[in-house]
Design a protein around this ligand. Structure first.
Ligand code: ADP
Ligand code: MG
Length: 187
């Protein structure tokens, strides 16, 4: 199985719900296992080639083990984006859901529809912060540096902060779920 990290982001509508649904759907993929989900981060919208509007994003990253090939995984990501209401006529605008394949094992792919590692991964705080939470020592297959090193060298000035409080979630790797059950009177 390959280890892939997929970034998700939403800045339109019920952002927590779109992120949660995206994680749920990614957790249902055949020949795959959802290994970990990062915390959710509130992030300032960037205008780097897109026009997402003024609404802040919620961003996070999932780690999956999968036998699905990278191109098929991209198709599935596009399908999930569509299913969750991404406007196909204004992809660069505000979006209910964006899914990006950040890493796929140590694969290096440079095709017109798919570049892996994601070409802007190492420049984006909103990607590196949740990635470092999941696997700080993993090396970028092209640059050779660890994700932690890339984050510490970053000059991206945009604001990225942990969403507080984190939503309750069924994904055990989120910090909000690691509290003992007695801490929540509703459980
Ligand atoms: P962005 O995520 O950059 O805001 P889009 O989601 O519209 O914009 O993606 C633009 C294109 O990027 C997609 O059509 C997709 O084919 C391409 N692409 C290239 N590499 C990747 C990748 N690693 N993950 C997701 N999309 C990618
Ligand atoms: Mg995208």
């Amino acid at each position: 199985m390959a280890t892939s990290f997929i970034g998700f982001g939403s800045n339109l509508g019920n952002r927590i719900d779109f992120c949660d649904r995206a994680v749920t759907l990614l957790g249902l993929l055949p020949h795959s296992r959802l290994e970990a989900v990062s915390s959710l981060y509130e992030t300032e919208p960037l205008e780097d080639g897109a026009a997402p509007g003024p609404s802040w994003f919620l961003n996070g990253v999932v780690q999956i083990e999968t036998n699905i090939a990278p191109k098929s995984l991209l198709e599935i990501c596009r399908e999930i984006e569509r299913a969750l209401g991404r406007d196909p006529d204004n992809r660069k605008g505000p979006r209910t859901l964006d899914l990006d394949i950040l890493l796929y094992d140590d694969c290096i792919l440079r095709e017109s529809a798919l570049t892996v590692p994601h070409p802007r991964l190492h420049q984006r705080r909103f990607v590196l912060a949740p990635l470092v939470e999941l696997d700080p020592g993993r090396r970028h297959p092209v640059l050779g540096q660890s994700l932690q090193e890339l984050l510490s060298q970053l000059t991206d000035p945009s604001v990225v902060r942990l969403l507080d409080p984190q939503p309750n979630s069924r994904y055990g790797s989120r910090p909000s779920c690691s509290a003992p059950p007695t801490a929540d009177p509703h459980t």
